[in-house]
Design a protein around this ligand. Structure first.
Ligand code: G6P
Ligand code: MG
Length: 221
């Protein structure tokens, strides 16, 4: 029996994955590192500082900055990102997500959030979706970020459910690894090749249908 649905945020509930990309691209331009969409895929689901490290390695600049300078760069990226998410509203909820949340709630199944973003609460509030979530895992106190299962396990614990009875939904390859490692049923949204370790993949959020997901979960058990 499905006890909970646990969602990633950026790229699943709203298209903030694109804003993260724009903000890293802006920082990259200023330090002379070109970030393209393909490289950006590898940043999805990864924490802010880890993303910065990856970008510096990409540009062979990993030894060029002090920790203090890296902190400043991460803050710079975040300020721009925060300015981009300032104006998001309920209209920015991706297609099908509201209907899915409504149905989950109607069926008395719990809903959790497992995002690596420290801006998650702000984004959910701007989208007016906070009321649907029974528990929001706090990325700020999560030790190991995705692909480690920690944030999904933290959400299951907060919801007081067994991870094996959870459906996790993600747009990042690192996130699918995290869900699988947490022993949850993994659902990917996006490119089938990139998300090839997911148990089930849809190419867009409007294809996330409550009844179909429940059926898939039951068949696997
Ligand atoms: C999510 C996104 C990543 C982002 C991370 C940290 O996992 O997919 O692209 O880097 O959150 O977000 P933050 O808002 O804390 O910088
Ligand atoms: Mg994501």
């Amino acid at each position: 029996m499905v006890e909970a649905f646990i969602f990633d945020l950026d790229g699943v509930i709203t298209d903030t994955a694109h804003y993260h990309y724009l903000a890293w691209e802006k920082l990259g331009n200023e330090i002379g590192i070109k970030i393209d969409e393909e490289f950006n895929e590898t940043l999805k689901g990864i924490s802010r500082l880890q993303s910065l490290e990856k970008i510096l390695i990409l540009g062979n600049k990993e030894n060029d900055f002090t920790n203090e300078e890296k902190e400043k760069m991460a803050n710079y990226k975040n300020s721009y990102y925060v300015s981009l998410i300032e104006n998001i509203t309920f209209k920015d909820v991706l297609p099908g997500i509201l209907e899915l949340l409504e149905k989950i709630r109607l069926n008395n199944i719990k809903i959790g959030l497992a995002s690596a973003s420290k801006n998650a609460v702000k984004v959910l509030n701007n989208l007016e979706l906070t009321k649907y979530f029974n528990f929001i895992a706090d990325a700020a106190i999560c030790k190991n970020s995705k692909p480690a299962p920690d944030i999904f396990l933290m959400a299951a614990k907060g919801l007081n459910v067994n991870p094996i009875n959870c459906i996790g939904i993600e747009d990042a390859s690192a996130g699918i690894d995290a869900i699988n490692d947490a022993k949850m049923y993994s659902v990917g949204v996006g490119d089938r090749e990139i998300l090839n370790k997911a148990k089930f993949v849809v190419d867009s959020t409007e294809k996330l249908k409550f009844e179909a997901l429940i059926k898939l979960f039951e068949v696997k058990n």
